[in-house]
Design a protein around this ligand. Sequence first.
Ligand SMILES: *[C@@H]1O[C@H](CO)[C@@H](O)[C@H](O)[C@H]1NC(C)=O
Ligand SMILES: *[C@@H]1O[C@H](CO)[C@@H](O)[C@H](O)[C@H]1NC(C)=O
Ligand SMILES: *[C@@H]1O[C@H](CO)[C@@H](O)[C@H](O)[C@H]1NC(C)=O
Ligand SMILES: *[C@@H]1O[C@H](CO)[C@@H](O)[C@H](O)[C@H]1NC(C)=O
Ligand SMILES: *[C@@H]1O[C@H](CO)[C@@H](O)[C@H](O)[C@H]1NC(C)=O
Ligand SMILES: *[C@@H]1O[C@H](CO)[C@@H](O)[C@H](O)[C@H]1NC(C)=O
Length: 635
Amino acid sequence: MRSSSFWITSLAAATGAQELYITSNGTPARPKCTQPVASPSYYFQPFSFTLNDTVRYATSIPSPTTTTKYAPAYTEAAKHLTSLSTTTWGSWLPGQTGISATDTADPYGQAAWSSMWLEADLQNYTKTGLFSTTVSPTPVPTSELVLPPPDYFGPTDCYDFPEDFVFGVAGSAAQIEGAIALDGRSPSFLEKLITGSEPKDYVTNENYFLYKQDIQRLAAMGVEYYSFTIPWTRILPFVLPGTPVNRQAIDHYNDLISTILDAGMKPIVTMLHFDNPLMFVASDNIGTRILAMAMPATRMRRLLMRKCDLGVYSVHFFADHTLGRFVNYGKVLLANFADRVPIWVTFNEPLFYAFNFQGVDNIVHAHSQVYHFYHDELKGSGKMGIKFNDNFGVPKDPKNASHIQAANRFQEMQLGFFANPIFIGKQYPDSVLNTLPGAKPLNDTELKYMNNTADFFGIDAYTATVVSPADEGFDACASNTSPSNSLFPYCVNQETTNIYGWNIGYGSETYVYITPTYLREYLSNIYNTWRHPVFLSEFGFPVYAEATKQLPDQLFHSPPSLYYLSFMSEVLKSIYEDGVQVMGALAWSFVDTWEFGDYSQQFGIQKVNRTTQQRYYKKSFFDLVDFVKTRQHKD
Ligand SMILES: *[C@@H]1O[C@H](CO)[C@@H](O)[C@H](O)[C@H]1NC(C)=O
Ligand SMILES: *[C@@H]1O[C@H](CO)[C@@H](O)[C@H](O)[C@H]1NC(C)=O
Ligand SMILES: *[C@@H]1O[C@H](CO)[C@@H](O)[C@H](O)[C@H]1NC(C)=O
Ligand SMILES: *[C@@H]1O[C@H](CO)[C@@H](O)[C@H](O)[C@H]1NC(C)=O
Ligand SMILES: *[C@@H]1O[C@H](CO)[C@@H](O)[C@H](O)[C@H]1NC(C)=O
Ligand SMILES: *[C@@H]1O[C@H](CO)[C@@H](O)[C@H](O)[C@H]1NC(C)=O
């Protein structure tokens, strides 16, 4: 199967078509043959075994020789912060049912902190993980670094990655850290997202204690960039501007960054990755199972709850007051860590926090304010961007104008809504302004302020989706805001089959299909529309039912290798054949993670034993690294 996917790929590239089994003049396509087909000749000869497994090892990253400074260190940077107090809180332990602290008069004391957990009421928080302190790393044994046999068919490109190409792997705090109520962290809404018997985020991979080992394992494989996320509620347990910063959290992420740098790697930091403070969640529960926090005890939080207005469409993570709070949190992060971090992401997949017009409008404002602080006030010299989710909407019938309109509308409403002002200083798309209740255009001052406030366009380009217009047409659908109109607000049908009824690619455990040719079209669409370097900030493939297999079969998982190598090969073609500036690519994820109540979606390039926390490298990790290493820029 792979052979055909490769010549289809090159054929599609050559013709600009999506999927072609025959050439445009109707003759079957086949790869170019260099040898003419000769008649076979048969003969006997002495037999011997000649096939050996070639032992090759992954090569680790060399230790750093120089350190680059991307912003002033904390002592200097802190001059830009209005509030500087730091403190520590304890831990909220499983089984704890009452508050013993007596400092109830202190709005930010131990009692107030504990009351947040008391009210969060985590009934199934019955145990923490195996570890309670940072684990010292042990060197990765050479025996774990032997490359697996490669797949028979592989990419046929002959390009090298540009010298400054950012290659790395990614994870996110709530999906790997555990230790949710330890060392001063306060509740995020993710602790309440999952109910019933599904696994919670309480333990996950215990990366909060195992990060040194996790970094060592990445460095041993030759990974250059490690992308992680910081929970707002670890840094600022009371979340709001003017509340104290958690000393233990600052120490923790300082040490994580040092560990990464000492290993010769570079950090990429995301400020918000789904773990919104629980106190922001006011829920009307449309389409979600998010629970509101119970009656808050402290005056500060009672005030907050009152201000948390209920949204028409869903949860308001980004109600108006959240804007300034996020900007304050972003400034705290930048003042503490920006000196050593070359790449920053403000929001991960912000479409998930903003289910209505005002939410997105607030996020766009918040992002551009943090960007201006970073470059204008702090004089940060690294890069800052934002990363989006959106399955690339491709027209079901690319020859039908209304299908193309559907694809454009889908991109506009999911990406252009954020990206028009942030990247090109352009107004919100008409489709947004004409569809979303309460939508209003940005004024010229706002547009000028927001224009060009990102150094790269992050896209979590997992897969594609085939779109066509809503049956009743865009206008009829867009004016029907009733909850029963399931296509509102995009007003397009989405399918995973092409116009001939075939799947768009090889399917996975989830919504992801292997769609490398669409990726190339996607990168071109983004680059040419929003005119900034594109960062493939997440991509990955969870094999169907991988978790049910025997360990050796989980590790030798060829489909993710096909996924990563074909995507990376298309990235190279995008760079060299389409003139698209692709800044880098981050594999999701560096390890199997907690996928929001689920461990069966194994997106990882490492496996985790959930009893022992032992990690195992999977085949796709070796294949991906090998692909990049053999294509590194040579002068
Ligand atoms: C296998 O190993 C033997 C002994 O080292 C060597 O002579 C032979 O060329 C190898 N075969 C292949 C296919 O690499
Ligand atoms: C706690 O776990 C039990 C058993 O799995 C489950 O029935 C119950 O719904 C869970 N409670 C919450 C609040 O998740
Ligand atoms: C284009 O697509 C629309 C919506 O699916 C359909 O009604 C129309 O017949 C198509 N036109 C052509 C020429 O195929
Ligand atoms: C946005 O900023 C860029 C770069 O400074 C500039 O070239 C462009 O004209 C601006 N766009 C608008 C709409 O002002
Ligand atoms: C533009 O909008 C901002 C609110 O973001 C407001 O403060 C400002 O006065 C407006 N400017 C004009 C010229 O309308
Ligand atoms: C996890 O490791 C333990 C101890 O080595 C082993 O007994 C168990 O089978 C492993 N679990 C899985 C799911 O492989």
